[in-house]
Design a protein. Structure first.
Length: 873
RNA sequence: GAGGGUAUAGCUCAGUUGGUUUAGAGCGCUUGCUUGACAGGCAAGAGGUCGGCAGUUCGAGUCUGCCUAUCCUCACCA
């Protein structure tokens, strides 16, 4: 018996092998003459920690990279992190606030010092956690979106776009995050239905006692009203033509205007117009040349122009205004109202429409080649349905707002002097340009760099190029680009994927990726997306501690059909852990065998030939599954191959009887087969397979599972595979009989095989299986029909099993009758089909002959069952 | 408002160009099994009129249309 523990212990094994692989340099890739396989990580936030989404995403990437490596490709997986402009800045601001420091009290330089300290302290934790998961990243290439190489590429990209006329600055209504105090792109605003109060407020008509009532959810913006709008065809309000109304609180006199934007059916059919605080009102304001009164400060508090509640938060002011309007008798009524509210993806603050001057990328031209490449499958999406979603967005693409009023990020390389803009790599260059326009006498202090930074995604959209320093150096990029496959969640298809594809065409005139595999979202058992705020995401590292990295990887994979969402259940990790244990015990079994060359190995040959055929059979399947990213299928196929075919059948067949040894040849071949299985499983479960690989036999230095050669499908013995399936059916039938008759599992039963000239045992080759079979299912084959035999049908072969239990004739008859009824129905339906001329004439020959075979088998079965029934009478 | 997805066993899902009146898997459930690798195990079993209605076809879980339910994306929302 081997001295291995009966339970697999992942902790020490994982640490040992990860260090070993890294020490051997297996993760590192340099361009050479092999076929490249490249992946770039979706860079997690630099100060983030590993969550379930990362686990899924990175497990998938690791599988693809490890598989490519085993296939002999030059595999390179570039890791890295994203500076995550707004998310990180928000964290730093929060940290400072806890220390009693306000961002507004700091200079830009002081703030950035804190931000870098924070990044140095917490940055890269997630990369360490990825190692625990087994991620085989090329750590020497670790990139950061704000390191020198990436930063200079971002600046260059901005300059390039500006020079090509694809960048512009414009004053528009934007999505404003009052907490982060920055503009957001449309993609960074998340909408959800929320219930608020809809206020019906009365406005006095100037010079009359009459009032007009409008409905609004935003009474705090009343002070910014510069008109009341009604529909031109609305008879209710026709009389108000040319009239003015008085805005409550501020008593401003504003006109009643007529615009067909107004929905006559909504509320009262009258709409207050606040051009500074609503995109539609802004448009209406432009049409009617209305003034714009901005009553809010950038931080969401009431501004000077509001005249009341100055400095109070908009939410607080809203409540107070509702109270005031009610007291003044101007509130007709209020009602609960549910509508869609946009919140900042990062700070969760309610987004405020606000007018401001920002930088935009003109997306129309960029989108064209990017759309075409995906529609034509030049870049292949998995699952394919994501193509539609992509197309829909690309066809309706809007310009991308890329400036952010933040400090943490890449500062916009635009310099302003008087009314001119100079876009340049450095201040010196900008100065030179300004001097060309204004002469060398200008006061250089008046040349001001843009205060804003760029959207985080403006650096990550260059990631496939910048990961290989592609703005500086063609050599590496020309080898690794296009990236073989991008693995990411579908939730960032617009924020990231679409834009990377656009940047690929813009700068490399090529597709950024050959394929894109979208993973689903990891959800909890109530189908809620896992998130920090819900607190429904398990601690990833804790899961690894409890189930082992391989167990967790198995758990994540086994329910991750290509692109579908994953309902995470810890139970699956437990199953993964148990599976590791199963493999571990198969190793213990093999290691425990003593070699005895006097043992007869003839019978084992057939078992070896069978398992090799099976292996070859699934290898072909797996190749196809890899092509289609069917990772859960791969997982389940290998799981059942190891558990059922290898352990339950193969090892049981060759297992020496108690106290006996095994011949060297069988042992060697078993070790070879198990090693191959390790290689096949390695991409999914790298640690345990490496451990078993090394335990199976002494290995040379550097002879590691991770860099072994992935087996190729070879010829297989189809007849043997079929026959073995028959044998398995028979064994199942015998076991079922034992179970239903309450027979002792170890009691040896005589079995008689009725030779019908075509059953397994009329073939000499299978006498070996027969012997093995008797060992597995505790039977002994007899040559005479036993006096008290009970018949078993396995396929169409008939066996008699003898046992010392009184046979319940009625029950037996009922069982046979029900089988018979079924078989007859089956035959009838096949006959019906075959007697249909249209079927026989139209269906392919293959299908028809298959039906004929079915009929023959069915008739045979009916015959046997009838004989059995007669025998019972 | 525009577009898209999904509906198969108690649960989560496969079912790959239509071809088994016998629709699979995992988990869960029931039953039986512990000196011999593994109870984190083994064996056996139960459980489904493939959301509904029409249609195409020799043949539909699979294709088409409509309906129902449910989810998602984008836009809008006083």
């Amino acid at each position: 018996m081997s001295n291995l523990a009966s339970r697999y212990n992942p902790a020490e094994v994982e640490e040992k092998w990860y260090a070993h692989w890294e020490y051997r340099g297996y993760f590192h890739s340099e361009p050479d003459d092999r076929e490249p396989f490249s992946i770039v990580i979706p860079p997690p936030n630099v100060t983030g920690i590993l969550h379930m989404g990362h686990m899924l995403n990175n497990t998938v990437q690791d599988i693809l990279v490890r598989k490519a490596r085993l296939d002999g490709k030059n595999a390179c997986w570039v890791p890295g992190t994203d500076h995550a402009s707004i998310a990180t800045e928000a964290k730093v601001v929060r940290m400072l606030r806890e220390k009693g420091i306000k961002k507004s009290d700091l200079t830009r330089t002081e703030f950035l010092k804190y931000a870098w300290e924070w990044t140095d302290k917490y940055g890269g934790i997630i990369l360490k956690q990825l190692r625990r998961l087994g991620a085989s990243c090329d750590w020497e290439r670790t990139a950061f979106t704000m390191d020198d190489s990436r930063s200079s590429a971002v600046i260059q990209a901005f300059i390039d776009l500006y020079d090509r006329g694809k960048l512009y600055r414009d004053y528009r209504m934007v999505n404003w995050d009052p907490e982060g105090q920055t503009v957001l792109s449309n993609e960074e605003v998340l909408y959800s239905d929320e219930t608020t109060t809809l206020c019906y407020v009365k406005y006095r008509v100037e010079g009359s006692d009459e009032t007009i009532t409008i409905a609004t959810t935003r009474p705090e913006t009343i002070m910014g009203d510069t008109a009341i709008a009604v529909h031109p065809d609305d008879p209710k309000y026709a009389r108000l033509k040319g009239q003015n109304v008085i805005v409550p609180i501020v008593n401003r006199v504003v006109p009643v205007i007529f615009d067909d934007y107004v929905d006559r059916e909504f509320g009262t059919g009258a709409l207050k117009i606040t051009p500074a605080h609503d995109p539609n009102d802004y448009e209406i304001g432009k049409r009617h040349e209305l003034p714009t009164v901005d009553v809010l400060n950038p931080d969401g508090t009431m501004g000077e122009a509001a005249t009341v509640y100055i400095g109070e938060d908009r939410e607080v002011a809203r409540k107070k205004l509702i109270r005031d309007l009610t007291e003044q008798g101007l509130m007709e009524k209020t009602e609960a109202y549910t509508h869609s509210v946009g919140r900042s993806e990062r700070t969760n603050a309610i987004v405020e429409p606000r007018l401001s001057l920002q930088w935009y990328v003109d997306m129309k031209a960029l989108a064209r080649p990017a759309l075409e490449a995906v529609i034509s499958d030049h870049i292949q999406f998995h699952p394919e349905r994501q193509k539609n979603i992509y197309r829909h967005w690309m066809e309706n693409i809007r310009d991308w707002c890329i400036s952010r009023q933040l400090w943490w990020g890449h500062r916009i390389p635009a310099y302003y002097y008087k009314d001119k803009v100079y876009v340049a790599k450095t201040r010196e260059e900008a100065l030179m340009l300004a001097e060309q326009d204004y002469g060398p006498m200008l006061d250089s202090h008046d040349l001001k760099q843009d205060e804003d930074v760029l959207d985080t995604w403006f650096s990550s959209w260059l990631w496939p190029i910048t990961c290989f320093n592609g703005f500086e150096n063609e050599k590496e990029l020309s080898y690794y680009f296009p990236i073989s496959v991008l693995v990411t969640g579908w939730d960032i298809i617009f924020l990231w994927v679409a834009r990377m594809i656009m940047s690929g065409f813009e700068w490399k005139n090529d597709r950024a990726f050959k394929e894109v595999y979208f993973t689903g979202m990891v959800r909890d058992q109530q189908r809620r997306k896992m998130s920090k705020s819900l607190g429904n995401s398990p601690d990833a590292v804790d899961l690894i501690d409890r189930f082992g990295a391989d167990g967790v990887r198995f758990g994540v994979l086994s329910s991750s059909p290509a692109g579908g969402d994953l309902l995470f259940d810890e139970k699956l990790c437990e199953q993964g852990r148990n599976f590791c244990n199963k493999m571990w015990n198969a190793l213990r079994l093999i290691k425990g065998w003593e070699v005895d060359n006097s043992a007869d190995n003839q019978d084992n040959r057939i078992a070896i030939r069978w398992i090799e055929s099976r292996l070859s059979e699934i290898l072909a399947d797996l190749e196809d599954d890899y092509m289609n990213y069917r990772l859960s299928d791969i997982t389940m196929k290998l799981y059942s191959f190891v558990r059922d075919d290898f352990c339950s059948w193969y090892l049981e067949m060759i297992k020496p009887q108690y106290g006996k040894g095994i011949d060297q040849d069988t042992l060697d071949k078993t070790i070879r087969i198990y090693s191959q299985v390790c290689t096949m499983l390695h991409p999914l479960m790298p640690f345990i397979t490496e451990e078993i690989w090394h335990n199976l036999k002494p290995r040379e230095e550097g002879e590691d599972c991770m860099i072994s050669c992935y087996p190729k499908a070879s010829d297989r013995d189809e007849l043997l595979l079929r026959s073995m399936r028959s044998v398995q059916n028979l064994v199942s039938s015998i076991r079922e009989t034992r179970n239903t008759k309450n027979l002792k599992p170890k009691e040896i039963l005589p079995i008689y095989v009725q030779d019908n000239g075509q059953n397994l045992f009329s073939d000499d080759r299978f006498h070996a299986i027969l012997k093995k079979l008797s060992f597995i299912s505790e039977i002994s084959v007899v040559t005479d029909l036993p006096p008290n035999g009970s018949s078993i049908l396995s396929d169409n072969e008939k066996y008699f099993l003898q046992y010392d239990v009184e046979i319940d004739l009625d029950a037996e008859k009922a069982r046979i009758l029900s089988d018979l009824e079924y078989a007859k129905g089956f035959v009838a339906s096949v006959q019906r089909k075959l007697s249909n001329d249209k079927f026989v004439n139209n269906a392919p020959e293959q299908v028809v002959s298959k039906e004929r075979k079915k009929l023959a088998d069915g008739l045979e079965r009916v015959k046997i069952l009838e004989e059995n029934l007669t025998a019972l009478q």
